[in-house]
Design a protein around this ligand. Structure first.
Ligand SMILES: [Zn+2]
Length: 323
């Protein structure tokens, strides 16, 4: 032990962290950015384990190493639950499933893209170009008979563990969240981004199907479930019923604040570059006000990118004829 007071040092980033209540956090360490994308392993009463999120295809080896470090054999994967099909949450699913007999749980509107990821990969290629492979890797298809499609409202018996599925559209139309019997709620991106070591909640407002109204309903459903803790994919737990509820309430306030700033820029006739600068100024001010260390500020930026935010919000308002 160094004797340095906790709080005076930046957060540490172990590959595996036991969150208690039978939930193990595994850090994908994505692209040299530990503490930005997690997957969660939950050992099951009937044996084997479930995984919430797969992480990017490019970090599959890190996830498997994390499982082994946690004493779990990747071949004992029984269920893989993804909150939605974006590449940071679901791209390794096919590869992880190939090494086991596990089933995939995914929203019914995302299932077809997991079975045949070619269109998803083609659109990612248009966004990321040559960087696609290194950043996210290639998705492998999942056999249709291994997919359990859900829409929200289901109670799944996963090897003796009951998991409730909550529909949480907003960030994406095919987004669901997963509630454990002890009140642990895996929120994917439906509770925004809050990295370990900083009290900053950042909206996650990407294209193509951002829906702020739908998101309000999602937050209402999550709050009504009374979670004892939230577990964010980006990144880690928000523990305690009051803290979880306050966090969920703040998600809508943050979404609105950012979306309205972009809308103000659109109405003022700002071009995309000016809109991106506007969002960057907003995030810089928030991160500086919270005293976030520069390295961690950078991690916030890579986790929810300003250009993506502008594209997502612009498309949302344009579709509705508001801007
Ligand atoms: Zn995400």
């Amino acid at each position: 032990m160094s004797g340095v007071a906790p709080g005076a040092v930046p957060p540490d980033y172990p590959r595996v962290r036991d969150l208690g209540g039978g939930v193990l956090q595994i850090d994908t360490g994505h692209h040299g950015n530990p503490g930005t994308i997690a997957v969660y392993a939950v050992p099951l009463p009937a044996g084997g384990f479930a995984l919430v999120e797969s992480g990017p295809a490019s970090t599959r080896a890190a996830v498997e190493a994390g499982l082994e470090e946690a004493g779990l054999d990747p071949a004992d994967l029984r269920y893989l639950l993804v909150t939605h099909i974006h590449l940071d949450h679901a791209a390794a699913a096919g590869a992880l499933l190939a090494g086991s007999d596990a089933r995939l749980v995914v929203h019914e509107a995302g299932a077809a893209h997991m079975i045949d990821p070619s269109r998803l990969m083609a659109s990612a290629e248009r966004v990321y170009g040559d960087e696609l492979e290194g950043l996210w890797g290639r998705m492998q298809p999942v056999a249709a008979e291994r997919v359990r499609a859900v829409a929200g409202g289901e109670r799944l018996d996963l090897g003796g563990l009951t998991v409730e599925v909550i529909a949480t559209p907003g960030h994406a139309k095919h987004h669901v969240s997963y509630l454990l019997p002890d009140g642990t709620l895996f929120t994917g991106d439906s509770a925004g981004v809050r990295l370990q070591g900083a009290p900053v909640l950042r909206p996650a407002l990407p294209p193509p199907d951002l829906d702020l109204e739908a998101w309000e309903g999602s937050v209402a459903r999550m709050r009504a479930a009374g979670p004892e803790r939230l577990v964010l994919t980006h990144f880690g737990p928000v523990s305690g019923r009051d803290a979880a509820d306050a966090h969920l309430a703040a998600v809508l306030e943050r979404n609105r604040a950012w979306a309205e700033s972009v809308l103000a820029g659109l109405r003022a006739g700002e071009d995309d570059a000016a809109l991106v600068r506007r969002v960057q100024a907003l995030e810089d001010a928030e991160l500086a006000a919270a005293g976030v260390l520069p390295g961690l500020r950078q991690r916030y930026k890579v986790t929810s990118d300003a250009a993506m935010t502008v594209m997502g919000v612009k498309r949302y308002y344009t579709k509705r004829g508001v801007a």
